[in-house]
Design a binder for this molecule. Structure first.
Ligand SMILES: Nc1nc2c(ncn2[C@@H]2O[C@H](COP(=O)(O)OP(=O)(O)OP(=O)(O)O)[C@@H](O)[C@H]2O)c(=O)[nH]1
Ligand SMILES: Nc1nc2c(ncn2[C@@H]2O[C@H](COP(=O)(O)OP(=O)(O)OP(=O)(O)O)[C@@H](O)[C@H]2O)c(=O)[nH]1
Ligand SMILES: [Mg+2]
Ligand SMILES: [Mg+2]
Lengths: 206, 206
């Protein structure tokens, strides 16, 4: 119980700091390799055309991460190494926010570590959260991890281009999500071709 | 440090119990939806033809799990619900082993929770370990989670049938694995068609 209160208080601090800077922050959660980075790249391309200044905080376990995949956008990217934790928490994000040039961005993507369990217990203090799963994981993902899907208002089913070759019906995932989260929004995306980007931008109220 | 010793001692207890029963146990780790269950099913089919008696301990977070996918084999299957933990540990496995009909099996698959971080820190006491990743997660999986790949002697790259449509080169993953684990074995599999099963059986010394 004490641990939960600590997490909530730390998250609230981050929330207020972001509000003070007029920053919209989005916690991008999801399974390993589901396409979080690719999705963020497509969103950055879209948003830069609209003149919105974007930044990224990138969570990872090891020094090997995808920081270089953002170089082309010339935006602030901060790598947050968790060392052993398989999730980001509010305290780690607080450290990152201290070192981040908050005045240089309007929108901040925080890419969480690939994990469908722990991030549900560690609110970061972002205004929005999305969870990115891949059609290639199968049809059972939502029902196997009900807690995180019940708590997250936007579900992205990525790699939708591979659903038919895998004989996966995305409607199964959507129905399972509606069952634990009747007001949640589902977006089908192919992050390699930008399919679904406009609906996602709308769902995120950007 | 104390925690690590506790884990090692609990794992050692499981190891001795399994040895006493002449049982070969295999810890099947991997990413979410990488094909662990499908792979175990193909292995069971192969082994049953050889007259080997198989059992499964199935780790999961929620009550929704894949226990029914094994019904057709008429083997003992024990579902181990972790509640909150995103990994199985030796203590949980000890409880499962107490309730499992150990005298009825020769080979025991323990399907771990989908996670490439925590299981590296929680030995279960099995004689063998394998890690199952999917080609659909991309080429970066091994270099992003070096610890678990350094510790695990058999790497299975599953869904190899989808590597070319995703433009993934499995040789990248194999090279990254060789770098952290020079003696590790890599097996390419398609768990839907049994491709790679014989090499995997050989690598597991079954
Ligand atoms: N076919 C297809 N491939 C995709 C799609 N999105 C991402 N990929 C590929 O999937 C692999 C993983 O993509 P990433 O963007 O690195 O995924 P991630 O969730 O950021 O991965 P981690 O941060 O390591 O957990 C890469 O090879 C991508 O090119 C998609 O919509 N369709
Ligand atoms: N194309 C293809 N699909 C596969 C392969 N192996 C498994 N699948 C599919 O991938 C999805 C997930 O397979 P599972 O066996 O449930 O994977 P898992 O690792 O046990 O999943 P969790 O236990 O939930 O983490 C299912 O839809 C399978 O049919 C493969 O080699 N090729
Ligand atoms: Mg990424
Ligand atoms: Mg499974």
């Amino acid at each position: 119980e004490d641990l939960l209160i600590q997490q909530l208080e730390a998250a609230a601090k981050n929330y207020h700091l972001l509000q003070e800077h007029g920053l919209q922050a989005i916690n991008v959660m999801g399974a390993i390799g589901s396409g979080k980075t690719e999705l963020i790249k497509r969103l950055i391309e879209y948003l830069q055309r609209e003149g919105i200044r974007v930044g990224v905080i990138l969570g990872s376990i090891s020094d090997n991460n995808d920081q270089q995949r953002f170089t082309t956008y010339k935006i602030p990217v901060y790598s947050l190494h968790t060392e052993e934790a398989s999730y980001l928490d509010a305290a780690m994000v607080a450290i990152a926010l201290k070192r981040f040039p908050l005045q240089e961005v309007d929108l901040l993507f925080i890419e969480n570590v690939g994990n469908l369990v722990d991030p549900a217990n560690f609110p970061l203090g972002t205004a929005q959260e999305i969870i990115v799963i891949s059609a290639t994981e199968g049809e059972a993902t939502v029902r196997k991890y009900p807690k995180i899907f019940a708590q997250t208002e936007v579900l992205v089913i990525n790699k939708i281009d591979l659903a038919s070759v895998m004989e996966i019906d995305p409607q199964v995932l959507i129905a399972d999500y509606m069952q634990v989260n009747p007001y949640g929004k589902t977006i089908l995306t192919d992050a390699k071709t930008s399919r679904g980007m406009e609906q996602l931008i709308a769902a995120l109220k950007i």
